[in-house]
Write a protein that binds this ligand. Structure first.
Ligand code: ADP
Ligand code: MG
Length: 684
């Protein structure tokens, strides 16, 4: 890094946070947006919301006290007035802004008490007509502590000046580029860092300019090829071939009170074929809420146990871990298989003895939360890890799990279950290191959930509906508002709601679960609900995933306008699990934003998780990445899976070309695009 002028050790260190370790890395620190400073705007032509460059003469500068001490400067260019507002200022600054001073300012225009204003604009003094405007649009870079925009711009400018001899190599093979019809790497880099003044700012802001698409293609390719390489590497590791000599999976299947759906049977066959191989399975089972993923997992666990080895199931919450443990016990104990539950709430002694049984191999099936497994449990011979509901389960975690489970030179098989359906092309990119099975069919006899959207003012009608459902022997979920501030406040809100409902419905048995209850209490409430002793369960979104009570036929969701589609769909999946017709009431508080209105409309129209995922992607604009949060995919710099979805088939084909013909280029591309710590290399 020190090859650049003016970069000392301290700055080099800060740049490392942006993934910059050598001069050419700077070129891949990409602008997040652009300002147009190529043109002076007349003050009279400004509107609120614009970011604009203006020039004018100071008419008046004064310090005023309105709640806070502040400096107001009135600027005019003959076409109108603009107020500049400063909350932090020095007296030197104040003097510099005296009447008659000529300023050029850049900032965001907003409506203020005396007309349009800019708060803390960038400004400098100018001599009329003497200063040129910018030749190109001004890039704004992602900031890292201690590196200013100005500094980054200068450094990147230096790197750009050396672009032609700095050896920024194009690692995408010519044969791939040929039919891409996008600019060359150098052209693309030059363009995104210094867009000409006639560049279409809308295209650039939306990330749709060909130069950006060229870079997005390369970034997607880097991730894709990297994941595929990883997949190749993991599949050459040794694993136990699970033959199930004891025939436990077959016996479990025969003992089930239902037949598997065609889709479950297909997924199971794929899982079993993987488990019988001496290479680790890394398979994602994707299927909408209620499609019956758990039993597929239990059958896989039975196969491991029937092969004399151990299986572990990790759930995202205590509540779910407990529910899985109950289900697994009901299915597996009749086959003579004990199931250990490792819970955070367990007394230390119970936990110690469970841990000992797991380490000694006396227990073959273990259920716990993700957190518990991260603490490191010793297994006697772990052959299968099952991860439930893995929204936030990324590549790194999958790798770590694999390393952790390693015993006697063998790696465990991994089965990951998710209820977040994403369209197929996206899945192939986001989960390129996984094999994917899809369960796209619900067990028979389910009636689709009817969804209605009702304003908060009509709460009484909804309460009456709850009462009616309970009187006819059904059960009801009432989901409390999503309060972001804290678990504590969420718990409080749930308690208040439960108290109000209990008062309004004295004949009904009301229960409560929220994140602040300890596991024993939560478990007790859930059990009581499951067994029907509680008729109305008031809950925070802790019940979001996986909870299964077929007799519950009504769900009320408060403040539904504040929740995302994925979450609403997950919640709604708690009802409609039995044969009786179920409904879901989405309560909202007016006014609804356009986006919220559309989301609720989607919920009303369809129950299909894949369709909802598709609509969700449409509704989220570009920039709001599906990737990171939902799929555990690494954060990307220019690419956006949704916006650039049309590139994905070509990205996949290109990854194939790289894997087969240019394996060395993959490392180079990864080094360029995937920040140091996040590269999907093997851990340890
Ligand atoms: P999810 O895929 O959301 O985890 P679950 O595994 O919790 O769904 O299954 C939902 C419910 O459907 C459970 O009560 C389960 O026992 C039941 N179930 C699963 N498979 C079938 C089937 N083939 N026929 C009938 N019921 C089934
Ligand atoms: Mg589940």
């Amino acid at each position: 890094m020190t090859a650049l002028r003016g970069v000392g050790a301290a700055l080099a260190d800060r740049l490392r946070h942006l993934g910059v370790t050598q001069v050419q890395d700077l070129l891949f620190v990409l602008p997040v947006r652009y300002d147009d400073r190529t043109e002076l705007k007349r003050i009279g032509s400004l509107c609120a919301g614009m970011r604009a460059l203006v020039e004018g003469e100071v008419q008046l500068t004064e310090v005023v006290f309105r709640r806070r001490r502040q400096l107001l400067t009135r600027l005019s260019d003959g076409s109108g007035f603009l107020t500049l507002r400063f909350f932090h200022f020095s007296s030197a600054q104040q003097q510099g802004l005296a009447r008659g001073a000529r300023l050029r300012c850049f900032g965001e225009v907003r409506r203020g008490p005396q007309g349009l204003e800019m708060v803390h604009p960038e400004y400098r003094h100018v001599t009329p007509g003497a200063d040129a405007v910018e030749e190109t649009l001004t890039p704004l870079y992602p900031l890292t502590e201690g590196v200013t925009q100005g500094r980054l711009r200068v450094l990147i400018g230096q790197a750009l000046a050396e672009l032609d001899n700095a050896g920024v190599h194009d690692w995408v093979p010519q044969e791939v580029l040929a039919d891409l019809a996008l600019p060359s790497l150098r052209e693309a880099l030059r363009y995104v860092h210094r867009p000409p003044r006639d560049a279409r700012l809308e295209d650039l802001s939306a990330g749709r300019h060909p130069a950006q698409r060229r870079l997005a293609f390369e970034e997607l390719l880097a991730h894709q090829a990297n994941l595929r390489l990883l997949k190749r590497a993991t599949r050459t590791d040794p694993a136990w071939a699970l033959e199930d000599a004891a025939g436990l999976a077959g016996r479990l299947l025969a003992s089930l009170p239902f037949r598997l759906t065609g889709a479950q049977a297909r997924a199971l066959a794929e899982v079993e074929a993987d488990l019988r191989a001496e290479r680790p399975m890394v398979r994602l089972v994707q299927g909408d809420v209620g499609c019956g993923k758990t039993v597929v997992a239990a059958l896989a666990a039975a196969r491991a146990a029937g092969s004399g080895l151990q299986a572990a199931l990790m759930a995202p919450t205590e509540l779910l871990a407990e529910q899985h443990a109950r289900n697994f016990r009901a299915w597996l104990q009749p086959l003579g298989l004990p199931v250990a539950l490792l819970s955070g709430a367990q007394p230390a002694r119970a936990r110690r003895s469970a841990l000992a049984a797991v380490a000694g191999g006396e227990v073959q099936v273990v259920v716990g939360t993700h957190a518990l497994f991260q603490e490191g449990i010793a297994f006697a011979n772990l052959a299968l890890v099952i991860v439930d509901e893995q929204h936030r389960f990324g590549v790194q975690q999958r790798l770590r799990l694999q390393e952790k489970g390693r015993a006697r030179g063998r790696f465990p098989h991994q089965l990951i279950m998710t209820a977040t359906p994403i369209p197929r092309t996206l899945a192939m990119t986001a989960y390129a290191d996984l094999d994917v099975s899809v369960i796209d069919e619900l067990p028979p006899g389910r009636t689709p959930v009817q969804t209605v959207v009702i304003a908060e003012q009509r709460r009484d009608e909804v309460v009456a509906r709850v009462s009616q459902a309970c009187r006819s022997g059904r059960q009801v979920y009432w989901v409390c508002p999503l309060i972001e501030e804290s678990e504590e406040l969420r718990a409080q809100a749930a308690e208040e709601t439960a108290a109000q409902l209990a008062e309004a419905l004295p004949e009904i048995r009301v229960g409560l679960v929220h994140g602040r209850l300890n596991a024993t209490k939560k478990d007790a409430a859930m059990l009581a609900f499951q067994s029907g002793r509680i008729q109305l369960l008031v809950a925070t979104t802790v019940i979001e995933v996986g909870v299964d009570v077929p007799n519950a036929t009504l769900m009320v969701i408060e403040n539904a306008e504040r929740m995302g589609l994925a979450q609403l769909h997950q919640l709604r999946g708690r009802v409609g699990r039995g044969a009786a017709a179920s409904s879901c009431v989405l309560l909202y508080r007016a006014p609804l934003s356009l986006l919220a209105r559309r989301r609720l409309e989607v919920m009303r129209q369809t129950n299909d998780g894949f369709e909802i995922a598709r609509r969700d992607l449409e509704l989220r604009g570009p920039g709001e990445l599906l990737g990171t949060r939902q799929t555990g995919l690494a954060q990307m710099r220019v690419a956006d899976l949704m916006r650039d979805a049309d590139l994905l088939p070509r990205v996949q084909a290109a990854a194939e070309v790289l894997l087969n013909g240019y394996p060395d280029n993959i490392a180079a591309l990864s080094a360029r695009w995937i920040a140091g710590g996040e590269q999907y290399g093997r851990v340890g």
